[in-house]
Design a protein around this ligand. Structure first.
Ligand code: FAD
Ligand code: NAP
Length: 313
């Protein structure tokens, strides 16, 4: 069993984790970053990224994350392939244990474990994910210029995604399993006033239909939840917007989470309720959820950790 002592331990290797690693390494804090089960984070499961600043041409998500990884390593961050299974934030140095059995003793910890979009968990969704099925309108909406798309869900995210998609798509259909939305009234009013959006109530997705060559979505098979009648809808893209799950199970009981399970960071910074533990990226942000905002918060967390350690001498 190996034991590692570090000034800063970073948990997670998405844009937030790697950016924190770059800043902490350049502050000479010799950070250790534990990559987790998805090295590179959520952008590893997408293709085109067009909104990460600094690249005039479209780049690929996995390529961007490889660059971030190499950059973090170049400036001196120690990258370890392990997944954290338990944390003890009751006293400093914090004791963090990996699935490999490795023990990390850290003066400060940056949590950057991200979030995962919830999916419908039907086989056809899995088949067309990245080929017409998306979990992020801001990321992929641009690819549906002049096309017909559907949004699944009834919360704020679904309504916001639907409205955003009207910037690109010719027609947006929201499909919700109930007869009313959960979204805030003001958002609902905007949606109902948008002539490009129609709503199909009381239906759930039975199957996402598409072609094999090229692999792409052509429509949806829906079922009425009360009558079981089947309805077919022609669409070119489907956006699943049924919520996100922050990756915080590991921290329950150790740190304050909000009512949705996100880490409750103090407004305007990355501090948590435990001095010396910071949180950055999608694990604490349920509003923006973008690579650039996660990276920005990773930078903030490293600067916050540096100041914390400096104050402790
Ligand atoms: P994540 O990227 O979620 O990374 C979390 C990291 O934590 C992973 O490396 C994981 O292995 C690690 N981890 C989790 N648990 C543990 C543990 N117990 N121990 C150790 N490590 C752990 N945003 C854009 O700006 N532009 C886009 O075009 C875009 N496209 C997207 C496409 C898709 C399909 C998806 C799903 C998201 C997209 N996003 C996009 C959103 C963007 O990917 C996220 O906002 C961003 O990745 C969040 O970064 P993060 O570092 O906070 O977390
Ligand atoms: P959410 O509020 O949990 O809503 C999820 C929606 O998806 C619900 O309508 C739910 O249906 C539906 N759903 C869940 N599982 C489903 C399934 N398997 N099949 C079909 N439908 C399913 O999630 P969210 O909209 O992502 O919002 C999460 C949090 O972030 C909320 O607190 C929200 O207010 C916040 N948020 C805020 C803003 C903003 O302030 N502008 C923007 C986005 C998100 P039911 O209604 O039947 O449960």
């Amino acid at each position: 069993m190996s034991e590692h002592h570090t000034k800063v331990l970073i948990i997670g290797s998405g844009p937030a984790g790697y950016t924190a690693a770059v800043y902490a390494a350049r502050a000479n804090l010799k950070p250790i970053l534990v990559q987790g089960i998805q090295p590179g984070g959520q952008l590893m499961i997408t293709t085109d990224v067009e909104n990460y600043p600094g690249f005039a041409e479209v780049i690929q998500g996995p390529w961007l994350m490889e660059q971030m990884k190499v950059q973090a390593a170049h400036v001196g961050a120690i990258l370890m392939s392990d997944t954290i299974k338990s944390v003890d934030f009751s006293k400093r140095p914090f004791k963090v244990i990996g699935e490999s059995g490795a023990v990390f003793m850290a003066e400060a910890v940056i949590i950057a474990t991200g979030a995962q979009a919830k999916w419908l968990e039907i086989p056809s969704e899995n088949k067309f994910r990245g080929y017409g099925v998306s979990g992020c309108a801001t990321c992929d909406g641009f690819f549906y210029r002049g096309k017909k798309v559907a949004v699944i869900g009834g919360g704020n995210t679904a309504v916001e995604e639907a409205m955003y998609l009207t910037n690109h798509a010719s027609e947006v259909t929201v499909i919700h399993r109930r007869a009313k939305f959960k979204a805030e009234k003001i958002l609902q009013d905007r949606l109902f006033n948008n002539p490009k959006i129609k709503v199909i109530w009381n239906h759930k997705v039975e199957e996402i239909v598409g072609t094999e060559e090229p692999k792409s979505v052509t429509g949806l098979k829906l079922t009425n939840v009360s009558t079981n009648e089947v309805l077919e809808l022609l669409v070119d893209g489907v956006f699943i917007a049924i919520g996100h799950r922050p990756m915080t199970d590991l921290f329950k009981g150790q740190i304050t989470l909000d009512e949705h399970g996100y880490i409750a960071a103090k407004l305007g910074c990355t501090e948590t309720n435990i001095p010396g533990v910071f949180a950055a990226g999608d694990v604490q942000d349920k509003v923006y959820r973008q690579a650039v905002t996660a990276a920005g918060q990773g930078c903030m967390a490293a600067l916050d950790a540096e100041r914390f350690l400096a104050a402790k001498g």
